[in-house]
Design a protein around this ligand. Structure first.
Ligand SMILES: [Ca+2]
Ligand SMILES: [Ca+2]
Ligand SMILES: [Ca+2]
Length: 154
């Protein structure tokens, strides 16, 4: 499930917000405004539920015995946190008006853009790879964490 904010603000999905993307933030966000009140309700900001296929549903049923608690609320993205200044989970007209300013506040190095780190976004490629990049030299081929004692099995 993806934060609609992320999708709508990061137009080229590189995980960063360019100066242009920030400038267009308010306009872009208003595309989420379905009832035309120039504000975004929690409902309008909710990520769309992906439709489940039958197979997935069956899978869930089979796993019913397992304890599989879901967190009631997904963690807020840094973007939402920055934009929702009164933390009510909605973006009012006022908050949208300040969108550019709020986003600029996340720009710690003052280059007018938000890097992946600053925005908390992930690039498309990173999502596909399914993990954070790096590890660095020696990250591969090392002993497994918490290695087992004893001789290796064959
Ligand atoms: Ca609205
Ligand atoms: Ca708010
Ligand atoms: Ca930056």
């Amino acid at each position: 499930m993806e934060d609609p904010l992320t999708k709508i603000l990061d137009r080229n999905e590189d995980g960063k917000l360019s100066a242009g993307e920030i400038k267009r933030a308010a306009t872009a966000l208003l595309k989420l405004d379905k009832d035309d009140d120039d504000a975004l309700s929690a409902e309008e900001l909710k990520p769309e539920e992906p439709k489940k296929s039958r197979r997935q549903k069956r899978k869930e049923k089979e796993g019913e015995g397992q304890d599989n608690p879901r967190p009631p609320k997904p963690p807020k993205s840094p973007l939402m946190e920055a934009l929702d200044t009164n933390e009510d989970g909605e973006l009012s007209k006022e908050e949208l008006k300040n969108a550019i300013e709020s986003l600029t506040k996340l720009d710690k190095d003052g280059d007018g853009k938000l890097s992946q780190e600053e925005s908390g976004l992930k690039s498309k490629e990173e999502r596909q790879r399914g993990g954070p990049p790096g590890g660095g030299p020696g990250g591969q081929g090392g002993p497994p964490p918490g290695g087992r004692p004893g001789p290796p099995r064959r």
